[in-house]
Design a protein around this ligand. Sequence first.
Ligand SMILES: NC(=O)C1=CN([C@@H]2O[C@H](COP(=O)(O)OP(=O)(O)OC[C@H]3O[C@@H](n4cnc5c(N)ncnc54)[C@H](O)[C@@H]3O)[C@@H](O)[C@H]2O)C=CC1
Ligand SMILES: O=C(O)[C@@H]1CCC=N1
Length: 268
Amino acid sequence: MKIVFIGAGSMAEAMIKGMKNASSFEHDELWVTNKNDSARLELLSEKYGVHRSYDLSSLLDEADVVILAMKPKDAKEALASIQPHLRQQLIISVLAGLSISFIENIIGEAAIARAMPNTSAMIGQSATGLSFNDHILDSQRVTVLSIFSAIGSVTCVEEARLDLVTGLSGSGPAYIYYIVEAMEKAASELGEDAMPFIIQTLKGAAHMLETSNLSPEDLRKAITSEGGTTEAGIAQLESRHVKDAFAECIKEATDHSGRLRRQFEQIH
Ligand SMILES: NC(=O)C1=CN([C@@H]2O[C@H](COP(=O)(O)OP(=O)(O)OC[C@H]3O[C@@H](n4cnc5c(N)ncnc54)[C@H](O)[C@@H]3O)[C@@H](O)[C@H]2O)C=CC1
Ligand SMILES: O=C(O)[C@@H]1CCC=N1
């Protein structure tokens, strides 16, 4: 299979690295292009053995899958540039906010999947939400599922839910890194010993969530001894309404996905 990435930034690289680490893609050809940063393409070619080209005609000729990985603001121009070279390729968009119908309006009838992965794809740990249009063949659906299953977990959702998936898990790793920044700062006295404690605490909590039948609240209460250290610490979070702030963070990111759609799908 010839898989072409239109866009070679953070998300494209995370997927490329994850796919290259997955044995299921060892015989597939990965190609990349971007706006004009040839040094970036050369770097990806050296790091991951991907092919690179700015010749859209040869790039898309015989391509089986085209993965749209540019920013929403650049999508209209990018789609217009590749449209003349599209035939029966399977289109996969990882763009935040932009709808399948927007893509169809520019490139015409095509099999289109809309995915919302995250950069944990780099280590095969992405959480991806997926939607498909009605033109997708069963074989193409299998191809999409195989790509995103190779780089993490996959959940098919109604397209209308992808804004929330974006706000929750597309952006989600950044929220966790934000918390880790605070933990690292608070544990600065431990120096380089702090991060191993933090990482194992995160891994342990994630695994408990995955394997115990307990809710996050019950798991938290099992740690919070009456009059103990956890109760004292969480009182600080409660007094600052941190739980509400995190809920608002996810809501705002979700809402912004919709704003991106309204901003960049306007047909001028
Ligand atoms: N970074 C992340 O964690 C995630 C990003 N996404 C989505 O992935 C897309 C890319 O995001 P990033 O990789 O973070 O952005 P980025 O800015 O790192 O990369 C964007 C790439 O698109 C290229 N590009 C721009 N205009 C182009 C054109 N006309 N033709 C070809 N290439 C063009 C740029 O040269 C660059 O290589 C966005 O739509 C974003 O919403 C989705 C999930 C997670
Ligand atoms: O911040 C963004 O817009 C992209 C989409 C989800 C994660 N990063």
